[in-house]
Design a protein around this ligand. Structure first.
Ligand code: ADP
Ligand code: MG
Length: 317
């Protein structure tokens, strides 16, 4: 293989899932894509940098898989359906073994989500992966961070904390089975596309938990101009976080990111119907608190005390 174009063809063009809404994919100056009437386009981009978002020791397949999934999660958080992906890949050398594994992981993830890779860019430099994802949502149905109102009930879509535990225990010798569970949570987070109709029908606001529940619920509160009070005991924490963090399990889960579960709010009068719709789809979501007028984040403990919670999570700067 001797040039950039054969590299692109071999590792990226040839792995493409075809979709009828891609009129022109990889190979021209731009892709040409069809947005159907009645739909709006959602666009989001995420960068994964070596040593920041993953370790150089991770397999290329794992890096590709995680990169696609965190991007898909942003579309899930808007109640959309992902369809097109662009990949800007920067790598230090032309390592064919690494590229083969990366391309394999990428192809698998594209298939899982019926995503078409429609373009990108390939450059030399320190390893970094930027993906731009596109998705569709029926016009007017996108759920933003801005719609939470006093009295809305706050939900989280599953147990949290496992991916953060995977990161902090990376070097630790855990029993193999536990290690596998945590690694799976980190590498194959499940973007909650299954909640799309629930969100479109009932949610007033939504966000995916990438930086930690306290930080991400904080974003909903700040964007919506409200505060929140959580029920401390109701926060669903992964069993392994309970096992290894003990008393600190809930604070650990609140501030640890990377789970890519959703946090969303539902107006009180819609909650009953929302639970019925969830049950019909056999999905369990957990009510964890209520939106209040008073700004800031706090939690009510089992003894009835109200404790303040810092809205902090991972920050790059
Ligand atoms: P241009 O010079 O016009 O920007 P490039 O030579 O960078 O185009 O890329 C040629 C084609 O290959 C384009 O369609 C581009 O979108 C696609 N492409 C380049 N790198 C990648 C990649 N890593 N993954 C997917 N498509 C890529
Ligand atoms: Mg061009």
């Amino acid at each position: 293989m001797n040039d950039e174009f054969s590299l692109i063809t071999r590792y990226f063009k040839n792995i493409c899932t075809s979709r009828p809404d891609v009129r022109l994919g990889i190979g021209d100056d731009a892709a040409c894509l069809t947005v159907p009437p009645g739909k709006e386009l959602l666009v989001s981009c995420d960068t994964l940098v070596s040593d920041v978002h993953f370790l150089p020791s991770w397999s290329a397949e794992a890096i590709a898989s995680r990169a696609v999934r965190v991007n898909v999660s942003d579309i899930a958080a808007m109640a959309g359906e992902p369809n097109w992906l662009l990949l800007a890949l920067t790598m230090p050398t032309l390592d064919e073994q690494w590229l083969t594994a990366f391309s394999y992981g990428l192809r698998e993830a594209l298939r899982v989500f019926d995503l078409a890779l429609v373009g990108g860019d390939t450059t030399r430099g320190p390893l970094s992966i930027t993906m731009t994802i596109h998705g569709l949502v029926p016009t007017g149905k996108a759920i933003t961070r801005r719609g939470a109102r006093e009295g809305d009930i706050i939900f989280v879509s599953d147990c949290i904390g496992a991916a953060a535990l995977a990161v902090s225990f990376f070097e630790k010798n855990l029993p193999l089975e536990e290690r596998a569970v945590l690694w799976e949570k980190l590498i194959h987070p499940k973007p909650r596309l299954d909640l799309r109709y629930i969100l479109q029908t009932f949610a007033s606001a939504a966000i995916d938990i990438s930086d930690g529940l306290s930080a991400d619920l904080g974003h909903i509160c700040q964007s919506s101009g409200v505060g929140a009070c959580l029920d401390w005991e109701a926060i669903p924490v992964h069993p392994l976080v309970h096992k290894y963090q003990g008393e600190q399990a809930i604070p650990f889960a609140l501030s640890g990111g990377d789970d890519y579960e959703l946090c969303f709010t539902v107006p009180a009068k819609q909650v009953k119907a929302c639970f019925e719709a969830l049950a019909k789809q056999q999905i369990t979501c957990y009510p964890i608190g209520v939106i209040e007028k008073k700004l800031g984040l706090r939690a009510k403990t089992a003894t009835g005390d109200v404790i303040p919670i810092e809205m902090k999570g991972y920050q790059h700067f």
